[in-house]
Design a protein around this ligand. Structure first.
Ligand code: NDP
Length: 411
C-alpha cells in the first residue's frame, strides 16, 4: 500500500493529481485535501472518468496544525505532498511530525507578512525528521526541483568541478490576456518585485529588482530578454556544490508584462500590508464599515485565475541549466533543458505548462520516495538524492530533457 495525501488543489495540484492517477501501480491510495472541498470533488470526478481511479477528498485548513494532524491520523498516509502555498510549509511539516508522515513540497517557506524566502526555517526541522525516521523532500517542482536535479546530474556525470551555474527559465507562451500570472498571482508578484540576488565567490550580491538583464537564446524559441532574479534553489545548490563560484537565476518577461507590473507597483496594488478600506456595508448606525484588506490579495481576486489560462495558451516554456566547469582537467560547458508545450499540457491535464512543469516533478519525487530511492530520514533538498532515476522518469512522464556539450553559454 502506498498511501499519499495531496494538500492543495490549484493549478499545480491538478496536474500532480492527474500524474498520481496515471501511476496508480505505485500510488495505490490517494486523498486530495484543500481549503475548498468542492474543487477537490470536481477533480476527483475528472480522475474517475479519465482513469477509472477513485480518489478520497477532504476539506482542511492547512494553516491549522491540529486540523491537519487530525486528517493525517485518520487517513494515515505514508507521504504528504504539499501543493498549497509556501505560507503553509511549516504547519504541514509540524503535522507530519505529529502524525508520523513523510513530506514533500515545491516551494520554500515564506511568512505571509514579509516577502522573503529562505531555507533556514525548513532546514531547522532536520533533526526532528531524522529522529522520527521521516523523510522531508524540499523544492520538488521544476525550479526549484528539476533545476537542482539537472545540476546534480551534471555534477555526477559531466564535471569534476562545477564553476558557474546559470538557471535559465523562459516562458515563450501567449495566453492572450492583457495581464495574468502563470501561478498563484500573490506568490508570483511577491517573487518578482523583490530585489535580485546572486552568488559570486562566496558572497551574495544584491541588485535592484530586475536591474540586470540581457537577451538569452532559448532552443526552438530564439532570443528573449532575461532578467536576473533571486531564486530559492541557489541557496541550497551553492551549499551542496561548494565548487560553484557563481550561481545565477534568469527569467524572461515580455515588455507588456513589465509595464503592467510597474503600474501595479506604482499604484500600491502589490502592497502586502493591511490597509483600511471603507466598505459599502453599513452597520446598525447606518455608517459604512471599515474593513482591512491586503491590496495584493485583493488584486489576486480580480486577476485571471492561472488555472483558466490553459485553453487558449500557445507556445512553450524552456527551462534549463547552463553550466561551466572542469572535466578531466579540461574546461567544459554543458546545457541541459526541457521544453514544454502549453497546449500539450492542457490537452493532457486541463492546465497550462507552468503548472504542468511543477506538478509532474512533484509526482516523480513522490514516486522516488515510494520506490525507496529517495527515502532517508531528515530534511533534504532534491539535489542531495541520486538524480539518475528521476531523470529517467522525466523522459517517461512528459518532461523529456536534452543536453548540449561545448555550446556558447552566452552567459
Ligand atoms: P494555486 O493558488 O492555484 O493553488 C493553491 C491551492 O492551495 C489551492 O487549492 C488553495 O485552495 C490551496 N490553499 C491555499 N491556502 C490554503 C489553506 N490555508 N489550507 C488549505 N488549502 C489551501 O497555486 P499553484 O497551484 O499555482 O501553486 C501551488 C504551489 O506550487 C505554490 O506553493 C507555488 O509557489 C508552487 N510552485 C512551484 C513552482 C516550482 O517550479 N517549484 C512553480 C509554480 C508554483 P483554494 O482553492 O481554496 O484557494
Amino acid at each position: 500500500m502506498s498511501k499519499v495525501l495531496q494538500i492543495g488543489c490549484g493549478g499545480v495540484g491538478t496536474v500532480a493529481a492527474h500524474k498520481l492517477a496515471q501511476n496508480a501501480d505505485i500510488f495505490s491510495d490517494i486523498m486530495i485535501a484543500s481549503r475548498t472541498k468542492s474543487k477537490c470533488d470536481a477533480l476527483a470526478g475528472v480522475l474517475e472518468k479519465t482513469y477509472g481511479i477513485k480518489v478520497a477528498t477532504a476539506a482542511v485548513d492547512a494553516d491549522d496544525v491540529e486540523a491537519l494532524t487530525r486528517l493525517m491520523k485518520e487517513f494515515q498516509p505514508e507521504l504528504v505532498i504539499n501543493l498549497a502555498l509556501p505560507y503553509q510549509d511549516l504547519t504541514i511539516m509540524e503535522a507530519c511530525l505529529n502524525a508520523g508522515c513523510s513530506y514533500l513540497d515545491t516551494a520554500n517557506y515564506e511568512p505571509k507578512d514579509e516577502a522573503h524566502f529562505e531555507y533556514s526555517w525548513q532546514w531547522a526541522y532536520k533533526k526532528r525528521f531524522e529522529e522520527a525516521g521521516l523523510t522531508a523532500i524540499l523544492g520538488c517542482g521544476f525550479d526549484p526541483g528539476v533545476s537542482g536535479i539537472f545540476t546534480a546530474y551534471a555534477a555526477k556525470h559531466h564535471f569534476d568541478e562545477i564553476h558557474t551555474l546559470d538557471i535559465v527559465d523562459c516562458n515563450a507562451g501567449n495566453h492572450h490576456k492583457a495581464f495574468a500570472t502563470n501561478f498563484n498571482p500573490e506568490i508570483n508578484i511577491r517573487e518578482i518585485t523583490q530585489k535580485g540576488l546572486y552568488y559570486k565567490d562566496g558572497e551574495w550580491i544584491e541588485t535592484e529588482p530586475l536591474e540586470i538583464h540581457q537577451p538569452i537564446t532559448y532552443p526552438n524559441i530564439g532570443p528573449r530578454e532575461s532578467y536576473l532574479m533571486h531564486h530559492e534553489e541557489l541557496e541550497s545548490l551553492v551549499k551542496n556544490f561548494p565548487t560553484i563560484r557563481q550561481g545565477r537565476f534568469w527569467m524572461t518577461f515580455g515588455q507588456q508584462y513589465l509595464t503592467y507590473l510597474d503600474v501595479i507597483q506604482n499604484i500600491g496594488m502589490s502592497r502586502i500590508d493591511e490597509i483600511e478600506y471603507e466598505a459599502p456595508l453599513s452597520d446598525s448606525s447606518g455608517k459604512n464599515v471599515k474593513v482591512k484588506i491586503v491590496p495584493l490579495q485583493f488584486l489576486k481576486a480580480v486577476l485571471p485565475n492561472p488555472q483558466d489560462l490553459g485553453e487558449n495558451y500557445d507556445g512553450e516554456t524552456s527551462i534549463g541549466c547552463r553550466i561551466r566547469g572542469i572535466k578531466d582537467g579540461k574546461e567544459q560547458t554543458y546545457y541541459v533543458y526541457n521544453n514544454c508545450s502549453h497546449q500539450a499540457a492542457y490537452q493532457e491535464t486541463g492546465m497550462q505548462g507552468v503548472s504542468y512543469t511543477t506538478g509532474v516533478p512533484a509526482m516523480i519525487g513522490a514516486m522516488m520516495y515510494f520506490k525507496g530511492l529517495w527515502k532517508r530520514p531528515g530534511v533534504w533538498n532534491v539535489e542531495e538524492f541520486d538524480p539518475d532515476p528521476f531523470m529517467e522518469q522525466l523522459n517517461k512522464q512528459g518532461l523529456p530533457w536534452h543536453e548540449e556539450f561545448g555550446k556558447d553559454l552566452e552567459l
